[in-house]
Design a protein around this ligand. Sequence first.
Ligand SMILES: C[C@@H](N)C(=O)N[C@H](C)C(=O)O
Ligand SMILES: [Zn+2]
Length: 234
Amino acid sequence: MKPYQKIPILECGEPLTPIPLEKFAAQTPHAYQKLHAPYGKLSPYYLRETVLENLIQAQNQLQQTHPHWRILIFDAYRPVAVQQFMVDYTFTELVNNQQLNLEQLSQTQIDELWQQVYQFWAVPSLNPNTPPPHSTGAAIDITLVDENGNLVNMGSAIDEISPVSYPDYFANSNDFPEKQYHADRQLLFQVMRSANFQQHPNEWWHFSYGDQMWAWLSQQQQPNQRFTASYGRI
Ligand SMILES: C[C@@H](N)C(=O)N[C@H](C)C(=O)O
Ligand SMILES: [Zn+2]
């Protein structure tokens, strides 16, 4: 169990609402739908109402300094079945990319691979007390596009299983383009913080508002206040 999963959830009952994609940027087809992840009739482009309001606020803040730039919604609502599918997919990708033969791996090697997966992906738990963040409709994976609609290069792809995904990976670099990657990651972080989102400590692209991870990170920053999560699995 991760420490943030100990945070109590007091579900507020706010509904999921569709993200108005015309206001933002999005890739079609959606990355996980392209892999045939099992969404059934559900769509990844939904969020809790207040989370969406805050996201709109973050984009407005971005456009104060960067007119016509947009937030690109890579992923938002993710049912647990899709979480399970993506975790399994990522494990298989790690095995294949390292040209490993699963049948020849020791249990220790297999456990190490799963540890790498779970450093970046939440466990697809069906326990209502430990929901994967995206299953609450309160978490989003995002990046930025510039005024010409081009993806801003953040120095690594979303979902890359490597330290290059850590938000501050390029913080100490004085060279181009690494310095620019850091500046653009900081820009994304600042506009999201201005709208009260919290960032996943290992992932420059993952933000949430009102879920267990948000409450846990907020608690670290403001130890005198008591934070709970308002959003559980939906
Ligand atoms: C890996 C990334 N897409 C992601 O969403 N990670 C978080 C922690 C999750 O699985 O909820
Ligand atoms: Zn995420």
